[in-house]
Design a protein around this ligand. Structure first.
Ligand code: ARG
Length: 399
């Protein structure tokens, strides 16, 4: 049997590598995608070979990750349950698709991942793989063989491999870091400073605000402070700038696909900054009705992607609408970052629908105010009639 394993170099997937060889007598090919995580990829590759992988692939997917997953999420202002920028969720369908690609190339019978039976990631991997190649077997040993970390430590030790005990489960990529488990399982405990790597504690950030501008073209960020940057570099830069101002820490209670509630901690400085800026620019250039509808579309997009349904055709349908309106989302947004807070303080676009000459209360206004009176008459007509009727029927109290 030949198996392609999504390998992170951590305890779970290292033990899986050994077990696949031992229990299934499998030839294991390991695959690590570079989606901007902070790991040492050479070390991971050597580790895989030391543990008996017949071949190891490291694939740099940073650009693909940004182009096909992160930017669509930004255009959809994607925040699951209003908070989580979907950083981990976005990488899973990409990893799933590369597993399938390498499995085809290597003539493998199965692919394997290190997800447990309690989380969302298993759903995301399994469904992506099933959709792309229904004939491929998906092995999830942690879930299917009931492995746990205590047993894994002992087993690894018995094989002469020592792992440092980790107190948190961390997953990171360009779009953010997620931190789970350990003392964070108590939702009343404030996350200790040690869980954060990309953000300064807001109280220790600079004592004066940092201003910056972000330029968007058709919904895509292209420059910071007028300096054009490629997308990967732009996101990295923003992680750094927003992070040093303590921006991007998230701590919330999340509803998993599998029915559980969980306490989740993230730091996503670039994601939080870009979504805030993008949303604001949309408000300048899209009509009120487009904005109302788009917030429903955005919410649905985030729900589908969180729930492992990247392959659902509705996602593409939603994106057709999102892409169509992004044609006008070009312009500049000015932001103020200060001790953990982010405030939009300016926005400008050639496609702006805002016209100060019309809106102002100053005397040079060009709006014919006498029209307003008649408009109000008709605008509220039905509501006024209904109110008066109900008042007659039930009295003033029921209103
Ligand atoms: N709760 C987040 C999600 O479902 C984070 C998952 C992080 N995964 C991990 N293996 N630590 O997307």
């Amino acid at each position: 049997m030949r198996v392609v394993l999504a390998y992170s170099g951590g305890l779970d997937t290292s033990v899986i590598l050994l077990l696949l060889r031992e229990r299934l007598n499998a030839e294991v090919i390991t695959l690590t995608l570079d989606v901007g995580q902070e790991d040492d990829l050479d070390e991971i590759s050597h580790k895989a070979e030391r543990l008996g992988a017949v071949k190891h692939y490291t694939i740099d997917c940073k650009e693909e990750f940004v182009a096909k997953y992160v930017l669509p999420a930004l255009k959809a202002n994607a925040l699951y349950q209003g908070k989580y920028p979907l950083s981990s969720a976005l990488s899973r369908p990409l990893i799933g698709s590369k597993l399938v690609e390498i499995a085809k190339k290597e003539g493998a019978d199965a692919v394997a991942h290190g997800c447990s039976g309690k989380g969302n990631d298993q759903v995301r991997f399994d469904l992506t793989i099933k959709a792309l190649d229904p004939g491929l077997k998906v092995l999830a040993p942690v879930r299917d063989w009931g492995l746990n970390r205590d047993w894994e430590y002992e087993y690894a030790k018995s094989k002469g491999i020592e792992f440092k005990v980790k107190f948190f489960s961390v997953d990171d990529n360009l779009w953010g870091r997620s931190i789970e488990c350990g003392i964070l399982d108590d939702p009343m405990v404030e996350p200790p400073e040690e869980v954060f790597k990309w953000t300064l504690p807001p109280e220790k950030a600079m004592d004066k605000p940092e201003y910056l501008t972000i330029t968007f073209e058709r919904g895509v960020p292209v420059a910071i402070n007028d300096e054009k940057l490629d997308k990967v570099q732009l996101i990295k830069t923003l992680n750094y700038i927003a992070g040093r101002n303590g921006v991007g820490r998230i701590d919330h209670i999340e509803d998993r696909v599998v029915g559980l509630k969980s306490r989740e901690v993230y730091e996503c400085p670039a994601a939080v900054t870009l979504i805030e800026a993008h949303k604001d620019l949309e408000k300048l250039v899209l009509s009120k009705w487009e904005l109302m509808f788009k917030s429903l579309v955005d919410d649905m997009w985030a729900n589908l992607v969180y729930s492992g349904l990247w392959i659902e055709p509705l996602r593409n349908d939603l994106e057709a609408f999102i892409e169509n309106v992004q044609r006008r989302v070009s312009g500049v947004v000015r932001l103020k970052l200060f001790k953990g807070s982010i405030t939009v303080v300016g926005r400008q676009s050639d496609n702006s629908l805002y016209d100060p000459k019309l809106t102002t209360y100053e005397s040079y206004t060009s709006l014919a105010q006498e029209y307003a009176k008649g408009f109000i008459e008709l605008w509220g007509l039905q509501s006024v009639i209904a109110f008066r009727k109900l008042q007659k029927m039930y009295g003033a109290l029921s209103q």
